[in-house]
Write a protein that binds this ligand. Structure first.
Ligand code: 1PW
Length: 215
């Protein structure tokens, strides 16, 4: 019936959003990047309340970028490339220490970018996992290999506690709402390289402009 046909969450749709991120000349659209993150947040929240502390910061950062995108200088924020150029050309970025631009688009996106690496590593582990693999371990390993290096002790501690209560692999796959394990693996095989590409293009851009350590 019509009642049942309300929008169902599917991780497939979320990951598809990241496909839309890349323009023909390999620029990254902020609009789709942010939309991808919105979906990820929705997914995280459906995993349980403990993840709201993690997703809260992402929500915050998504909003900062959306405000730029909808603001009077929005045309400069269409792609990550144009955003970085615009903010650098107009001295809108705190480069060495926090100053008059603590919430620049460039430093805000860098935080999501670092978290995207975690996601990439985690999804790749999930893809190659077996029935008895533990999501908590895969998630923690991916985190320790990436994002944790940018976090102070207290956040690492809190994140570690959140991972411990992650649902097991079967529930996890169910929440992803993609289908059976085989379908999940197929979907991830498709999605992970896409996310990896968006990550790498952003990483190169930030690296070339010496922005990887923005405060
Ligand atoms: C199961 C799906 C996994 C998706 C992973 C994405 C979640 C990333 C959010 C982690 C946030 C932890 C708490 C916030 C910490 C902030 O201090 C930190 N933000 C991030 C995104 O790492 C740094 O931002 P700040 O303090 O420099 O503004």
């Amino acid at each position: 019936s019509a009642v049942i046909e309300e929008q169902k969450f599917s991780l497939q749709e979320v990951l598809d959003t990241f496909k839309l991120c890349l323009s023909e000349n390999q620029d990254v659209y902020v609009e789709h990047y942010v939309a991808g993150w919105r979906g990820l947040v929705k997914f995280m929240n459906s995993l349980g309340n403990v993840f709201t502390f993690i997703s809260k910061d992402a929500v915050n950062k998504i909003q900062i970028l959306v405000n730029f995108l909808n603001g009077e200088n929005g045309s400069h924020y269409v792609t990550i490339q144009s955003m970085v150029k615009y903010e650098l050309d107009n001295q809108l970025v705190d480069l060495d220490k926090r100053g008059s631009h603590p919430e620049s688009g460039s430093r805000t996106l860098l935080r999501l970018h670092r978290a995207l690496r975690w996601l990439e590593l985690f999804l790749e582990r999930l893809r190659t996992s077996t029935e008895d693999s533990k999501t908590s371990v895969m998630c923690a390993d991916a985190y320790n290999e990436s994002l944790s290096q940018h976090h102070p002790w207290v956040i690492r501690k809190a994140a570690g506690m959140a991972f411990c209560v992650l649902p097991g692999r079967p529930t996890f796959f169910e929440v992803m709402n993609v289908g059976g394990a085989e379908k999940v693996v197929d979907m991830l095989g498709d999605a992970v390289p896409m996310i990896s590409k968006v990550y790498q293009i952003t990483e190169d851009l930030y690296s070339q402009n010496n922005l990887l350590e923005l405060p």
